[in-house]
Write a protein that binds this ligand. Sequence first.
Ligand code: NAD
Length: 474
Amino acid sequence: MKISVIGAGYVGLTTAACLAEIGHSVRCADNDEAKLNMLRNGQMPFFEPHLEEVLSRNCKAGRLQFESPVSAVTGAEAIFICVGTPPLDNGEADLSAVANVARTIAQYTTGYCLVIEKSTVPVQTGQQLKRHLQLYARNELRCDLVSNPEFLREGSAIHDFFHPDRIVIGVEREEVATQLREIYRPILEQTFQCPVHAECTHTQKPAWIVTDTNSSELIKHASNSFLAMKISFINMVADLCEAVGADVTKVALGMGMDPRIGPAFLNPGIGFGGFCFPKDVQAFVRIASQAGCDFSLLKEVENINKRRVAHVVEKVRKELWVIRGRKIAVWGLAFKPNTDDVRFAPAIELLHALVHEGATVSAYDPQATEKARAVFPDARYCASPYEAARDAEAILIVTEWEEFRQIDWQRLRAVVDRPLIFDGRNTLDATELTRHGFHYISVGRPPVMSESTGSGEGTPASSPVEGERVADAR
Ligand SMILES: NC(=O)c1ccc[n+]([C@@H]2O[C@H](COP(=O)([O-])OP(=O)(O)OC[C@H]3O[C@@H](n4cnc5c(N)ncnc54)[C@H](O)[C@@H]3O)[C@@H](O)[C@H]2O)c1
């Protein structure tokens, strides 16, 4: 099938590469000419594990091309809209990019095509989109509109595209779903070699959910809002644990054993970020309010999340007494591991807060340094975690990169001014750290003193034991 993907971002580029990988002929477009040129030259505009190899293989095989939006929609049989829907100041989703693409489609498509809304959009956007397409059509436009929300996660986007839990299709006519089924057939039947096969143990076929467009659009916003709610919930439980001397890891373990609750997204931390949860929760609150429903539950989810960074800064203040003039290392800038995305990342907010308080901040991230520097130039960005930690009086861990679990603690101990670690993701092994002389403060668990400086206050923080760790994939 001749497929076009409009928007070469985290979702669009992954979609284009993976559709080409399963045999489609794909044209991927973006209105950012510089990005298109990078891609044509084999350069990656962002980091996503395995994406580069899938792109390169399919470009070489002639199944994937990069074109302008006008050229890409001309002659396309199916067009995936994957442009950004960032938040406006009032929290509503900015649909201007979607509207611009709709206009291009209306004016330049030739013949029948499927217009597939993959961007996350408010309910009833499909209806607006259809009206917009008709309004700007040069000739009689023959198209069907489909809502097909995307659930992939940055950091495991390629794997998620090939092994989704479900593929949701919102259509106005049942027959249209059959065309979509044809596009996704290799994924539905799992009849391909997963490009991340070395790490892949997935065998389950995805669920195929066909519904109306309004319900499909709502599935995406409701899912993300629910997951954000779980995170804010466990973050409040963590605060309570800190106040009463309980251990949130054990509480989450006990809660997650209940199949009605499940263990995922019960890892407390410094709050959710990224390009999905914060904006999708905001947009969902606005959508509900415009429909006459006061979704106050979600407003509180947002409020709790907004307080997370201040909560960490308070913990740091309590330990350092004054922050002004102190040297603090921040490890992890991306909103989650295995990505370089810093959009709405708690780390950036934390950098702002610490520098505002007068701290000297050195930061390190395995992938996101350049993107962080572009949005926050006032920190010293370092090439290694050890360099960032040199002479620091505290190390704050914001993103749970695997690299931070592999640190040579003895080497680190030798470079810091004070062996104090705030683990904002409960990702490290408290026992190992204290053995190397660190004072370890995590989230929702009693702090643990180093063996050389004294015994722990209360019971020691639990170490992340395999099988006990509660998955969190913001
Ligand atoms: N990032 C995720 O993890 C994720 C997951 C699921 C859904 N989504 C949703 O998918 C959509 C895209 O997200 P993303 O993270 O890929 O965004 P992104 O910012 O990485 O990519 C969007 C791309 O669209 C391009 N663009 C904007 N206007 C355009 C136009 N008129 N014509 C052509 N290209 C245009 C931009 O230049 C950019 O390259 C959003 O609605 C988001 O909520 C994102």
